[in-house]
Design a protein around this ligand. Structure first.
Ligand code: ARG
Length: 470
């Protein structure tokens, strides 16, 4: 196939170098976006007087047919010997309209073209991703509400620490996903800038109305500097970073659920629809989907780092190294979006075991802090109360009793100020209810937080537009 740059060359490109150089195998994902930019650019050239109305009409008609054929038979693209998506479109266009196809390149380079295509593609991906994230958040809330007031142990260092409510626990992930959604939304807003018209690097001598081009392609702004427009990929990095952080959150939730689904914890059961078996051990039911959510973090973090490293030493402006951004960001988006959808499905197929969770909530002296706080209310400095309760716990462990089971007489041996009202303080209900300050796990706080979260999500669902417009 004709290359886009044959004139100054006398010898053919080495076949292996040609394969190494080519990107059509993966950048054909940008075909739809590339056709869109061709359409807008064709109109712009016509307005600038560089294409006749008749030429423009024929070109627009051919572009529509190229897209339609490619969509009807995507496999045909795989065999087309094009260097990249841009040369593919030009070659196909020439098949349809002859000479007029070559005029379309006036004032334009693949450098501003590829940055424009990629932004259009990523913008659309972000919209789909945001809708999927909203679905995930809705499902998180469903599961949080269903078991809102079931208590379970909260952990630090994976040791039982203090009791919390399930609603409170899941709302922690809701908050993380809210920030993730915000990161995707702002990344989308920042990439929504038009590079087309920057030419190869210096701008263009064609009298283009770039504002009009931007409007036509739905870009919020026109890139102010032509060098920057063709040479930065920070917008790719922002998408990769948003994906990496979200995947890290998904991975932690997956890890929690993998643990909670073990017989050792026994807090929850994953449905058959999201579990898999073992080829050897007939009794096994494995959380493969969650393990993959955790495992796929590695490749997304890798893509973020690979694009950072690829970019860091590049002199201005365009360098071919930047072609490496595409497989990274395509795979990261495929992976993170599938992960969001799979996590949503897993949450829909999760059953909790409230008795197991409640039973564990006060285990391992998880109400010891309540006793220390009680002593503080009786006038002791927290430091001393902490020491004393430590000794009480040590004693209770020796006599194999929980704090609720120690007699008043036993308590008084440690601290005479302890009275019969201590038992109330040690109850699960009181431990939870006492965390009343804003952001705590007291039932009324959790109820209010759930309600507030539900309102936020409902408002977004009502007005999906609000997600994508900034
Ligand atoms: N396939 C290239 C990329 O993805 C398109 C731009 C090529 N430009 C060039 N002057 N070689 O970056």
């Amino acid at each position: 196939m004709e290359k886009l740059w044959g004139g100054r060359f006398r010898e053919a490109l080495d076949p292996e170098v040609a394969r190494f150089n080519a990107s059509f195998a993966f950048d054909r994902r940008l075909l739809h976006a590339d056709i869109r930019t061709h359409v807008a650019y064709c109109r712009a050239l016509q307005r600038a007087g560089l294409l006749s109305e008749e030429e423009a009409t024929r070109i627009l008609d051919a572009l529509a047919r190229i897209l339609e054929q490619a969509e009807r038979d995507p496999e045909s693209l795989a065999h087309y010997p094009a260097e990249d998506v841009h040369s593919f479109v030009e070659a196909r266009l020439a098949e349809f309209v002859g000479e007029a196809a070559y005029k379309l390149r006036t004032g334009r380079s693949r450098n501003d073209q590829v940055s424009t295509d990629l932004r259009l593609y990523l913008r659309e991906q972000c919209d789909l991703w945001l809708a999927e994230l909203l679905e995930l958040e809705t499902t998180v809330l469903d599961l949080a509400e269903r078991y809102a007031e079931v208590a379970l142990p909260g952990y630090t260092h994976l040791q039982r620490a203090q009791p919390i409510l399930w609603g409170h626990y899941l709302l922690a992930y809701f908050e993380m996903f809210e920030r993730d959604r915000e990161r995707v939304r702002t990344a989308r807003a920042r990439l929504n800038v038009l590079p087309l018209g920057a030419g190869a690097l210096a701008g263009t001598s064609v009298p283009l109305d770039r504002e009009e081009l931007a409007r036509e392609l739905g870009f919020e702004h026109v890139a102010a500097n032509s060098l920057d427009a063709v040479s930065d990929r920070d917008f790719v990095l922002e998408v990769l970073f948003a994906a990496a952080v979200l995947q890290m959150h998904l991975s932690r939730l997956a890890e929690d659920f993998i643990l909670y689904a073990t017989s050792e914890f026994g807090f929850l059961t994953l449905g058959d629809a999201v579990s898999t078996g073992s080829s050897l051990m007939p009794q096994k039911k494995n959380p493969d989907a969650l393990e993959l959510l955790r495992g796929k973090s590695g490749r997304i973090f890798g893509h973020l780092v690979s694009v950072l490293v690829m970019m860091k030493g590049l002199p201005l402006a365009y360098n071919k190294d930047m072609q490496e951004d595409k497989e990274a960001v395509f795979d990261a988006l495929d992976t993170v979006r599938a992960s969001v959808r799979v996590m949503t499905t897993v949450l829909r197929h999760t059953e909790l075991h409230p008795e197991r969770m409640m039973g564990a909530a006060l285990g391992d002296y998880a109400n010891a802090t309540e006793l220390a706080d009680y002593l503080v209310r009786k006038g002791m400095a927290f430091r001393h109360a902490h020491d004393l309760v430590g000794e009480i716990v040590l004693y209770a462990a020796q006599v194999k009793k929980s704090l609720n089971e120690l007699s008043l007489e036993e308590y008084r041996r440690f601290a005479p100020q302890i009275e019969a009202d201590v038992y109330e303080v040690l109850s699960l209900e009181r431990a939870l209810a006492s965390k009343r300050a804003l952001g705590g796990t007291a039932p009324e706080r959790v109820r209010a937080a759930l309600q507030e979260a539900r309102q936020r999500v409902n408002a977004l669902r009502r007005d999906r537009e609000a997600i994508t417009s900034e």
